[in-house]
Ligand binder design. Structure first.
Ligand SMILES: [Zn+2]
Length: 248
């Protein structure tokens, strides 16, 4: 599913309840892909580019908010087939190499009682989730960098969900891609509205809740999350609601 201009010149693609983004540059440059869904999202990439009147040659870079398997889907393939760099935070590089080997503070087993989890995970599997490949050749960005890729996002360090999780601010458009710093749909519980992701997939919930402070102060009115529809409203309110919802 392609949602054009979920924020200004930022297009949302949703596969198996997982979002990733095509970011256009104002200056007529190419495109940046932020996160890469699941392996079969490659097909969504091709159809999405077609719908935007673009070609795979227009893609200049892939940037990851974090390296969980459902954000790493076609990252390696993009490096190889499109010959573009893959960027991730310095503290995320080991996860980029092993997208299925990540810290989570709670067992995944109790979440099997949530029918929503089973439904979403079945959809992810159909999109190739179990076949995600890591990459040993990602480039590292730092916690305060502004990335020289189309859209020129400002990095906002928001660890907790993973050790090197970052959000990407597009200040000129009042938009921030928050990845899984907070989401509008928790795939593990089916919880809707701003919340942090369940402990089954979060390294440190307390740190994730603290990282909401970094988002609360941003001057933006759209938060584009890793799961669920965009959050429209102030970052302060989005962060407060996620904090009030608490860990799960
Ligand atoms: Zn995640």
């Amino acid at each position: 599913m392609l949602e054009q201009n979920a924020a200004e010149r930022i297009h949302r693609i949703e596969d198996a309840h997982t979002n990733w983004y095509l970011v256009e540059d104002g200056a007529g440059r190419g495109l940046t892909i932020v996160d890469t869904g699941l392996p079969r999202s490659w097909e969504s990439l091709r159809s999405g580019l077609r719908a935007l009147g673009r070609s795979p040659r227009d893609v200049e870079a892939v940037v990851l908010t974090h390296a969980h398997f459902d954000h790493m889907g076609f990252a390696r393939r993009a490096q190889l087939d499109l010959d573009v760099p893959l960027w991730a935070h310095t503290d995320e590089l080991s996860a980029v190499s092993h997208p299925w080997r990540y810290d989570h503070e709670r067992s995944r087993l109790p979440y099997l009682r949530h029918p929503e989890f089973l439904k979403i995970f079945t959809e992810m599997t159909a999109m190739g989730a179990l076949l995600v490949k890591g990459s040993d050749s990602a480039r590292a960005y730092g916690s305060t960098d502004r990335l020289d890729v189309p859209g020129q996002p400002q990095v906002v360090f928001t660890p907790g969900h993973t050790h090197g999780h970052c959000s990407l601010l597009f200040a000129d458009r009042g938009a921030v891609i928050v990845g899984d710093a907070f989401v509008m749909l928790d795939p593990y519980t089916g919880r809707e509205g701003p919340c942090v992701v369940a402990g089954a997939a979060t390294a440190d919930s307390a740190q994730a809740l603290r990282s909401l402070d970094a988002l609360a102060g941003l001057d933006a009115t759209t938060a584009l999350t890793g799961h669920g529809p965009p959050w429209k409203g102030s970052m302060r309110e989005g962060a407060e609601r996620a904090r009030a919802a608490g860990p799960a």
